[in-house]
Design a protein around this ligand. Structure first.
Ligand code: PLP
Length: 459
């Protein structure tokens, strides 16, 4: 006797089944045929007479028709996660992007004179007001801002930088490599843990193009340490007639410590300390789209704007619209924890997050039983994107472990993490040792999360 569930019917037979024919009306024969082949290959024993096989075919087709990066739940505990898109945008920024995306806009056009205008004029004025700087320039990201800065002000010239500040950000951004590609000659000064004003003084000479300070955003050097204050470096640079630039990394436009968050350097303060140029990202603490921002002295910003490289780094209309709308929120700083989603996430209380975890506990437990257990635990979130790498925010979430009596093993835990990533809206947790942690700080839609749990494949 032939076991019908063991030998799948031919692809053509399946395509002729009424349930599968209906899917072809939605997605076309070509895609459905590819889907059937895939399902037959991966699930040779699937039942085509019940809804199982057709459902897998439909899922395959839907996935293929989806475009762009998938929406996910970021339960990693890192709020501004670079691999997951960093800051969430405010509704105002999203609305602004849609407005310019769907038609013509006065992007680089002066409505008063009817002539060509400045691409980032509005954004520039806002940045000047918010930072106290004379001038501002926007490029695609902070890496581009630093590249443009070095190439404009220090081409074939020396740039002293402290050995304690030779950062690597996310693998591909390494200060020595960026310097070399920008055409600048890096001069290391001081030591890893201690750099003094005299070290910079010694390095300054007729070949110096620029003095650079890099905010050590994703690490801290602790113990017997010493670094030179910005104001002192600014004075030294001025005395030698060279510009002083600061790469702030995240850069905050307001002091976030007023909402109980760790203190990050505020751009306006660095400008007030005498920095000639300051660069920072648009999508880290600022809470806007990916962008690199340079503020500072008008003559230096003007030279950067005249560098032909700028054309290869200029932001598009949607970035400028979103950035302008984000900066507009800073005109009313008291409302920021409500209007800026990134800040709302960062200021969520651990008690609020724990309440949400307890609400979801039984749903999660029944989705995981009997192989795994889920326990509500206190957790520590990180800001991410190189802001305050060692300070954490009290949070809460789940610790998922193989059940002591069950068949859940460490390998199964990795499979469970993979199954969570296969959900309609993938859930990304963090696997540490023998525990899978889900930090609920950034859970922005608990209904969808709960619905997803019902579709979890039993590990
Ligand atoms: C994040 C960061 C960068 C790179 O910024 P992107 O916007 O990711 O290009 C450069 N320098 C520092 C100190 C940073 O923290």
């Amino acid at each position: 006797m032939v076991d019908a569930t063991r030998r799948p019917p031919s692809v053509d037979t399946i395509l002729g089944m009424p349930a599968v024919a209906g899917i072809q009306d939605l997605f076309g024969r070509r895609l459905v045929k590819e889907a059937v082949r895939d399902v037959v290959r991966r699930h040779s024993t699937v039942d085509w007479t019940t809804g199982k096989g057709p459902a897998l075919v439909e899922t395959f087709c839907r996935r293929r028709m989806e475009s762009g990066p998938r929406r996910v739940f970021n339960l990693t505990g890192t709020v501004l996660h670079t691999n997951l898109g960093r800051a969430p945008l405010s509704p105002a920024a999203i609305e602004a992007m849609m407005r310019v995306a769907s038609g013509a806009s006065a992007l680089e056009y002066d409505l008063a004179t009817g002539r060509r205008g400045n691409r980032a004029a509005d954004v520039g004025h806002r940045l000047q007001r918010l930072t106290g700087a004379e001038s501002a320039l926007v490029v695609n990201n902070n890496a581009a801002a630093i590249m443009l800065l070095l190439n404009t002000l220090a081409l074939r010239r020396q740039v002293p930088v402290s050995r304690g500040e030779l950062v690597e950000i996310g693998g591909a951004f390494r200060m020595p490599a960026i310097m070399a590609r920008a055409g600048a000659r890096m001069v290391e000064v001081g030591t890893t843990n201690r750099t003094h004003l005299a070290d910079y003084e010694e390095a300054l000479g007729p070949g110096t193009g620029l003095l650079l300070k890099v905010h050590t955003s994703n690490y801290v050097i602790e113990g017997f340490t010493s670094a030179v204050e910005e104001a002192e470096l600014a004075r030294l640079a001025r005395d030698h007639g060279v510009p002083f630039a600061v790469d702030l990394g995240s850069g905050a436009l307001v002091d976030f410590s007023r909402w109980g968050l760790p203190r990050e350097p505020v751009v306006a303060e660095v400008v007030a300390h005498g920095a000639d140029l300051v660069t920072f990202s648009g999508d880290k603490l600022l809470g806007g789209p990916q962008a690199g921002i340079v503020v500072g002295r008008a003559d230096l910003v003007g030279r950067m704007a005249a560098n032909p490289m700028l054309r290869a780094m200029r932001p598009d209309k949607m970035t400028l619209a979103a950035l302008d709308a984000t900066l507009a929120l800073y005109e009313d700083p008291d409302s920021l924890p409500r209007t800026l989603p990134g800040l709302s996430l960062l200021t969520r209380s651990a008690a609020d997050i724990a309440r949400e975890a307890r609400d979801l506990e039984s749903d999660l437990a029944s989705a995981l039983a009997p192989a795994f257990t889920a326990e509500v635990v206190p957790l520590e979130s990180q800001i991410g994107s190189g802001a305050q790498p060692v300070t954490t925010l009290a949070s809460a979430g789940f610790a998922i472990r193989p059940a002591a009596s069950g068949r859940g093993s460490d390998r199964n835990l990795r499979e469970l993490a993979a199954a969570l990533r296969r959900l309609p809206r993938p859930v990304i947790g963090s696997l540490r040792g023998r525990t899978l942690f889900l930090d609920l700080r950034c859970l922005d839609d608990s209904d969808t999360f709960r619905a997803g749990l019902r579709e979890l494949e039993r590990p």
